[in-house]
Design a protein around this ligand. Sequence first.
Ligand SMILES: [Zn+2]
Length: 160
Amino acid sequence: MTVRAGIGFDAHPLAPDRRLILGGVEVAHDRGLAGHSDGDVVVHAIMDALLGAGNLGDKGLHFPSSDAQYKDISSLILLERVGQILEAARWRISNVDATILAQKPRLSSYVNTMIERTAGALSLPTEQVSIKVTTTDYMGFIGREEGIAACAVAAIEKAQ
Ligand SMILES: [Zn+2]
């Protein structure tokens, strides 16, 4: 059995007139994350953690932002494709663990739904996906509510 781990990080600026989508869930807020897709930082961090674990490049390689087909696309669709890329390389996902760094809004009531949607996109039981939330105690760009960031790790395994 070969086991590998990967890490992912992402940050997007908060902007007016955008929906705030995190973990595939629309969160009630006065601003949303700007980005070529839906700006879902936690799904983007998980995608890079999974691709990194498989040494399969990064999300920019597989889903270039220069490609118009990815404009405003749901990041859950891209996550599903990452799951398929890993499956084609015969990797099984052991677990995913992610942290969202946001000063506002409070996200704890959304976390279970984020886990359900993220696990669903990867065809995983929810116990294999963890999403947590924290603030930066008002420090830096996150604390000033200029943006939201997320980091993630993933472990994958292959029988051989
Ligand atoms: Zn992103």
